[in-house]
Design a protein around this ligand. Structure first.
Ligand code: PMP
Length: 286
């Protein structure tokens, strides 16, 4: 596949970054993953806006405008369109390569901008009987206090994901020291109770997920389901009728097992099917 690195296009296997790059040494950077289905992106501008906000939050000076980012990413996808019908684009901006290893932000260092594409699966069918079901474990969220920044320093998330994976599950569902739901190790989380769709509020404990945003906006615009953003306790999660996890690669994935017990009646819920239909009908508008 063709990758982009600091203005140059080259085969991914040939792209080279210095070991003194602060992304490598400190995880000092941010990233995005944007899905394109048959060349059509989902949430491209919201992803770019989150990236620009993230760069500002950690004082990485990258002068590209939102329109320039859009042109760059659309172009990279076009260059790789022979690889697969559906592509994810990974974009990574680190603070850049310094001449020494030193914690303080260096002056006069250009950020490293790297992007590549990879094949992604077709969207899941909007069908309760056919969709892939997920199983999770729950565990205390031991990441950091700045989870709203999409940092490339993902070790906290990786350890939690591995807890889920090594116990034979697909993901780990995280809760804070007060027993309140935060998110998954690589996804946001929603519950459904008595027909109401509920998700934790957006604060420093969770990533401002673009899929989360699209779901909330499209469900509110549609109006047929009630939606709440509020504190969600793990007791509520354990008594929920449905549990979903959301991300750009999973879209809205139904979770039917949590800590080895069925979620609700253990089957994919009817609210999932309604919400996923609404999301599927509107996702390319974002
Ligand atoms: N939370 C975390 C910790 C994530 O890593 C991700 C996606 N990688 C998400 C939530 C979902 O974000 P998005 O919908 O923008 O992909």
């Amino acid at each position: 596949s063709i990758s982009y690195l600091n203005g140059e296009y080259q085969p991914l296997s040939e792209a080279r970054i210095s070991p003194l790059d602060r992304g490598f040494l400190f995880g000092d950077g941010i990233y995005e993953v944007i899905p394109y289905y048959n060349g059509k992106s989902v949430g491209l501008m919201p992803h770019i806006e989150r990236m620009i906000n993230g760069l500002a939050a950690i004082e990485i000076k990258c002068t590209k405008t939102a329109d320039e980012w859009k042109a760059l990413l659309d172009d990279l996808v076009a260059r790789n369109s022979d690889l697969a019908a559906n592509l994810g684009v990974y974009v990574h901006i680190s603070r850049g390569t310094d001449v020494k290893r030193y914690h303080a932000y260096p002056e006069n260092v250009e950020p490293t901008v790297f992007a590549f594409t990879f094949p992604i699966k077709d969207p899941e069918p909007v069908d309760r009987a056919k969709v892939t079901q997920y199983s999770m474990i729950s565990t205390e969220d031991l990441r950091w206090q700045r989870c709203h920044i999409k940092s490339t320093a993902l070790l906290g998330n990786v350890i939690h994901f591995q807890e889920g994976y090594s116990s034979g599950n697909d993901e780990a569902l995280l809760y804070n020291a007060d027993g309140e739901l935060t998110e998954g190790s690589s996804c946001n989380a929603f519950i459904v109770k008595d027909g109401v769709v509920i998700t934790p509020i957006q604060d420093n404990q969770i990533l401002p997920g673009i899929t989360r945003r699209i779901i909330l906006d499209s469900l509110r615009a549609d109006g047929s389901l009630k939606v709440e953003e509020r504190v969600v306790t793990m007791d509520e999660v354990r008594n929920a009728d449905e549990l979903w996890i959301t991300s750009s690669s999973k879209e809205i994935a139904p979770v039917t097992q949590l800590d080895g017990k069925p979620v609700g009646n253990g089957e994919v819920g009817e609210v999932w099917e309604k919400a996923f239909q609404i999301y599927t009908d509107t996702k390319y508008d974002f």
